[in-house]
Design a protein around this ligand. Structure first.
Ligand SMILES: Nc1nc2c(ncn2[C@@H]2O[C@H](COP(=O)(O)OP(=O)(O)OP(=O)(O)O)[C@@H](O)[C@H]2O)c(=O)[nH]1
Ligand SMILES: [Mg+2]
Length: 535
C-alpha cells in the first residue's frame, strides 16, 4: 500500500522480493545494502535460521531521493522461500506495491520457479491484490553459473508478458541495482497512472488444497508455528557426548511434538507416514565462517573450537556417509526423541478426539539387522509412551528401499517391515553410481548423445532401477502378501514413472505437494489403461 504524505511530498512504497528457496532474495538485499552508491539506507534486518535460510523476512528501508518532485522511500522485504513457510509469505506480501520475482536460472530449478510464481499469484489474490496490476519485475538470477537455462527458455515457461526481465548474478552484485530501479519505476508508474491494484473479484478464500493426504513427511521439516527460532538438529549432532546430545534433544522434543500434533490434526484420521531423520550430516552443520560464528555464539562455544568440530565431522561423501538409520543406530537418542515426539503427539491428538494413524518409516536401510534394531527401538519407545499416557495406538513400522542391497534382500526385510517405500532418488543415485548433486556436469550430454533416453532423476530408469523396484516388490510380497508398497521422491510426480510403477503393482506414489494434481491424474489414467488391458 503506497503511503503518501502530502505535507512533505513523500511517498513510501513496499517492494517484496519473492521466489523459490535459495534463489538469492537475501543476497539481493545484502548487495543493495553493501552498495555505497545507494545512499540513505536504513539498517538491514535479517532473521534467519542457523543455515542462513530466511525465517520470517529480511527488511531494509531506503530513501531513493526525489523522483518526479516526490521524495520516495522504499521498504524492501524478502520472503522465506522454503515451501513450508507459506503462511509467512502470505503475510509479508500484505500491502505490497511491487514484487521482484527472483527466479533461479539453473535448469534444475524450472519446476521450483514455476511453483513459486504460481504461489505468488495465489498469495497476492489472498491479499486482495491483483497479480496483473501489482508492479512486477522478473529477475533471472545466478547467470554466472554454467547450467542456466537461456533467457528465451525461461521466458517461455515463466511468461513474464510485459513485465521487465533483468538478468542478474546477485552474488557479484550484477543486475541488483537495475532490478531495484526497474521495480521502483514500475511502482511509480502505477502511482502516476493511478492504477488500483486491489482485486475486484472475490478471491478464493483458501489456497488450492495441494496437500498430500497420505504422504511421507520428512520429520525434520517442521511447520513453523513459533515466534522464536526453533532449535535444530545442529546442537545434538555437535554435542561431544551422549549427555550433551540428550540435553539438546530434550529441547528439541517439544518442537517436534508440536509439529507432529499439527500434522495429525490437519490429516484428521488419515494415515501419516513419518520418515525418521534422514539428511546427510552436512545439511545440519554450519558451513561458512559467518554461520560457524553465529552457531558458536549461540552455543557458547569458541569459534575455533566449533570450526574444529565441524571439520572433524566433515565427510567426503555425505550422501553415502553418516546419515539415515546409520545415524539413528550410532546416536540412538536422536531416533528415540523423534519416536517419542511422534507418539506423544499421536496420544495427545487422539485424546482430543481425532483419530490418528502414524506410520514410522526407517530410512537408508541396507541390512536386516539395521531394520530390526530400529524397529525394536520404535516399538519400545512407543510402548513406554502408551504406558505413561494410558493410551494405545497401533504401531506401524516400515522401511525405505533406497539402497540396491535392500531391494535384493526385500524378502527378508518384509519379515520385519509392514510397508516399503522405494526412495527412487537415492536408489537411482546408488544404482547408477551417479551423485545426484554432481550429475549436472555430464547428464545433459549423456541425454543429448542418447547414451540415456532421459535424465534418470526426472523419469525413472525402467530398465535398471525399475528392475530393482519390481524385484523388491515381488520379493517383499512373497514374504508378506499384504505388504503395502509405494514410492517417494521426484519420480512419484512423473507421469511415465507413475505408469511404470503401476505395472510393478505398487499401491501408492508420494510426491511434493505441487506435483500432487499431476500425479493424481497420471495415476488415474494408468489405472484405466491397465483395467482395460487386464479386462
Ligand atoms: N552462483 C550464484 N550463487 C548465488 C547467486 N545469488 C545467490 N547465490 C547463492 O545462493 C544461496 C542462497 O542465496 P540466498 O540469498 O540466501 O537465497 P534466498 O532466496 O534468500 O533463500 P531463502 O530465503 O532461504 O529461501 C547462497 O549460497 C548465495 O550465495 C548468484 O547470482 N550466483
Ligand atoms: Mg533468504
Amino acid at each position: 500500500m503506497v503511503l503518501i504524505n502530502k505535507a512533505i511530498n513523500e511517498v513510501t512504497v513496499k517492494l517484496v522480493y519473492y521466489g523459490p528457496g535459495l534463489c538469492g532474495k537475501t543476497t539481493n538485499l545484502e548487495k543493495v545494502y553493501a552498495n555505497p552508491k545507494l545512499e540513505n539506507k536504513g539498517k538491514m534486518i535479517s532473521m534467519s535460521t542457523e543455515t542462513d535460510r530466511t525465517l520470517f523476512f529480511d527488511f531494509m528501508p531506503m530513501e531513493l531521493g526525489t523522483i518526479g518532485g516526490q521524495k520516495v522511500r522504499v521498504q524492501l522485504y524478502t520472503v522465506p522461500g522454503q515451501v513450508f513457510y507459506d503462511a509467512t509469505r502470505k503475510l509479508v506480501l500484505r500491502g505490497a506495491d511491487g514484487v521482484v520475482f527472483v527466479a533461479d536460472s539453473q535448469n534444475t530449478m524450472r519446476d521450483s520457479n514455476i511453483a513459486s510464481l504460481q504461489n505468488l499469484r495465489t498469495n497476492l489474490r489472498l491479499n486482495r491484490l491483483d497479480p496483473e496490476k501489482v508492479a512486477l519485475v522478473f529477475q533471472y538470477n545466478k547467470r554466472d553459473l554454467p547450467d542456466v537455462d537461456p533467457v528465451d527458455k525461461m521466458n517461455a515457461y515463466l511468461e513474464p508478458g510485459s513485465a521487465p526481465v533483468i538478468e542478474a548474478a546477485a552474488i557479484n552484485g550484477t543486475g541488483v541495482t537495475a532490478t531495484l530501479r526497474s521495480a521502483v519505476a514500475r511502482i511509480l508508474d502505477n502511482l502516476k497512472n493511478q492504477v488500483d491494484t486491489t482485486l475486484t473479484e472475490e478471491p478464493e478464500l483458501e489456497s488450492p488444497d495441494l496437500s498430500v493426504k497420505s504422504g511421507s513427511i520428512p520429520s525434520s521439516a517442521g511447520a513453523p508455528k513459533f515466534s522464536m527460532q526453533p532449535p535444530t538438529f545442529v546442537k545434538p549432532i555437535l554435542a561431544d557426548d551422549e549427555e550433551g546430545r540428550r540435553a539438546a534433544l530434550d529441547r528439541l522434543l517439544p518442537f517436534q511434538q508440536s509439529d507432529f500434533e499439527g500434522i495429525f490434526e490437519a490429516m484428521a484420521g488419515l494415515h501419516v507416514t513419518i520418515r525418521l531423520l534422514d539428511p546427510p550430516l552436512h545439511e545440519f552443520l554450519p558451513q561458512t565462517e559467518g554461520q560457524i560464528s553465529t552457531v558458536a555464539r549461540d552455543m557458547g562455544w569458541g569459534f575455533v573450537e566449533l570450526r574444529a568440530k565441524v571439520n572433524q565431522l566433515h565427510e567426503m561423501n555425505p550422501m553415502l556417509g553418516h546419515r539415515g538409520c546409520r545415524l539413528g543406530i550410532t546416536y540412538p537418542e536422536i531416533y528415540e526423541m523423534q519416536v517419542r515426539a511422534i507418539f506423544e503427539a499421536a496420544c495427545e491428538v487422539k485424546q482430543g478426539g481425532i483419530d490418528v494413524h502414524p506410520e514410522v518409516m526407517i530410512p537408508l536401510v541396507g541390512t536386516t539387522k539395521e531394520l530390526e534394531i530400529t524397529t525394536e527401538m520404535v516399538r519400545r519407545v512407543a510402548a513406554e509412551v502408551f504406558k505413561e499416557r494410558g493410551v494405545e495406538i497401533p504401531v506401524v513400522v516400515g522401511t525405505m528401499i533406497e539402497i540396491p542391497r535392500a531391494a535384493l534382500i526385500a524378502d527378508e526385510l518384509a519379515q520385519t517391515a509392514q510397508f516399503f517405500s522405494f526412495g527412487t532418488n537415492d536408489l537411482t543415485q546408488m544404482t547408477f553410481g551417479y551423485s545426484r548433486d554432481d550429475a549436472g556436469s555430464f547428464l545433459p550430454e549423456y541425454v543429448e548423445k542418447k547414451i540415456l533416453p532421459k535424465d534418470p532423476f526426472e523419469s525413472v530408469d525402467q530398465e535398471g532401477v525399475g528392475q530393482l523396484v519390481r524385484l523388491g516388490t515381488e520379493r517383499g510380497r512373497a514374504t508378506n502378501a499384504r505388504l503395502k508398497v509405494g514410492v517417494c521422491g521426484e519420480h512419484g510426480g512423473d507421469p511415465d514413472s507413475i505408469r511404470f510403477f503401476r505395472t510393478c503393482k505398487l499401491d501408492y506414489v508420494s510426491c511434493s505437494p505441487y506435483r500432487v494434481p499431476v500425479a493424481r491424474l497420471a495415476a488415474a489414467q494408468a489405472e484405466l489403461e491397465f483395467k482395460a488391458y487386464e479386462g
